[in-house]
Design a protein around this ligand. Structure first.
Ligand SMILES: Cc1ncc(C[n+]2csc(CCOP(=O)(O)OP(=O)(O)O)c2C)c(N)n1
Ligand SMILES: [Mg+2]
Length: 369
């Protein structure tokens, strides 16, 4: 996709395909017969939908970053470099009506648009205008009609909520699954411990995606986590856990399909341990500190593994019955469409500041107390 010198991390601006990295992504899928069968069964349209979702997520984040620079908003929480963990997982779910539910955390905003929330509504939430899903009340937005549970600020808090959804599905004998993401730092909260244990002993149909982006705010993984990785950690609760390459959207997708399948068969919960890297700051305010926290070498390593660039190279190889230049032109066409969608969403959201401004009396409506 097009690179944006003003907004992308430098490693992405200069990004060049490295054939061996894309080959390694595909080899990882082929090494697991179940994951391989799932990817082999995907139509070209489904493969391209994953691409569309990741591009939409990246461009949504770039739109927010542009607004920060322009002073439209003061801060934004982005998922640059982590798009595949969200998009791969959410594409394994059924959409509403009557579908599955997701609980997106800071790095999972892309789950909202992939479950059907217009990008305009997401951007309006940042502006706090009345056109937003929570009508300007809170940046922690969701939409129950679309199966999107609004997060709370307290990290880990969603895990118990998603377990509650899963419990209700079981009681009502509904063939539905709940899915949420847990950051590496959030695994240290008491609520996550309670929720995982409860889900395990109650055998709930919930998928927990451990999103290890190697950092929690300004605390590196090595400063808060002593165990090796997260697969053993989840297994300590009696929850089966599979490792996935968080920068390989095909790997995340295939593993999530298998996890969801287990849950639907009554063998939940299931965890996935995704390794990835936060290519920016915790939010837009501390990008410089984040680079100092890790140093250039780590950024270079993960920068070469940009999930979107990697997936473009995988797609060219997967669609081997189509000439590579035709596939690349198709990807560019998808990018143009999504860019237009996001630009229109930006214009509409900005217009909502005057057309749908919230008023003090709105604050008191539809509140419990
Ligand atoms: C219980 C709780 N403690 C602290 C915070 C402040 N806080 C917000 S995000 C965050 C870091 C979370 O790290 P991680 O779970 O790894 O997610 P990431 O930001 O890396 O995606 C912290 C400490 C909070 N919101 N809730
Ligand atoms: Mg983290």
């Amino acid at each position: 996709m097009q690179r944006y010198a003003a907004y992308d991390p430098p490693e992405y601006v200069d990004w060049k395909p490295e054939p061996e990295l894309a080959e390694a992504c595909l080899a990882a899928i082929r090494a697991d017969t179940e994951r391989e069968a799932i990817i082999a069964g995907l139509s070209a349209d489904r493969l391209l939908d994953l691409y569309r979702g990741m591009v939409r997520f990246r461009l949504h984040d770039i739109a927010l970053k542009r607004w920060v620079r322009q002073g439209v908003i003061s801060k934004a929480w982005l998922a640059t470099g982590e798009e595949a963990v969200t998009i791969g997982a959410v594409h394994a779910l059924r959409r509403h009506p009557g579908g599955d539910v997701v609980g997106p955390m800071i790095r999972n905003a892309g789950a909202c648009h992939e479950m059907g929330m217009p990008v305009r509504a997401m951007l309006c939430s940042y502006l706090g205008t009345a056109g937003s899903p929570c009508e300007g009340r809170d940046l922690h937005f969701g939409d129950p009609q679309l199966g999107i549970v609004a997060p709370v600020s307290v990290v880990g808090g969603l895990c118990g909520v998603m377990g509650g959804y899963a419990l209700s599905f079981r009681y009502r004998a509904e063939d539905r699954v709940a899915l949420t993401w847990i950051g590496d730092g959030s695994t240290k909260s008491g609520e996550v411990h309670e929720a995982l244990n409860f889900a395990a002993v109650m055998r709930l149909p919930v998928v927990f995606v451990l999103q290890n982006n190697q950092v929690a705010l300004g605390t590196r993984l090595s400063q808060h986590h002593k165990a090796a990785g997260f697969t053993g950690w989840a297994k300590g609760y009696g929850i089966p856990c599979q490792a996935v390459d968080g920068n390989n959207v095909l790997d995340v997708y295939a593993a999530a399909v298998l996890a969801v399948r287990e849950c639907r068969a009554g063998r939940g919960p299931v965890a996935l341990a995704a390794e990835t890297f936060r290519m920016g700051g915790h939010a837009t305010h501390d990008e410089r500190e984040a680079r100092a926290t890790f140093g250039d070498e780590q950024f270079r390593y993960w920068g070469r593994r940009d999930p979107i660039g990697l997936y473009e190279e995988c797609l060219v190889r997967l669609m081997d019955d189509v000439p590579a230049d035709v596939t690349r032109e198709r990807l560019a066409g998808i990018e143009r469409e999504v860019l237009e969608e996001v630009e229109q969403a930006q214009r509409d959201a900005l217009a909502s500041r005057t057309a749908a401004e919230t008023t003090p009396s709105d604050e008191e409506s539809r509140c419990y107390a």
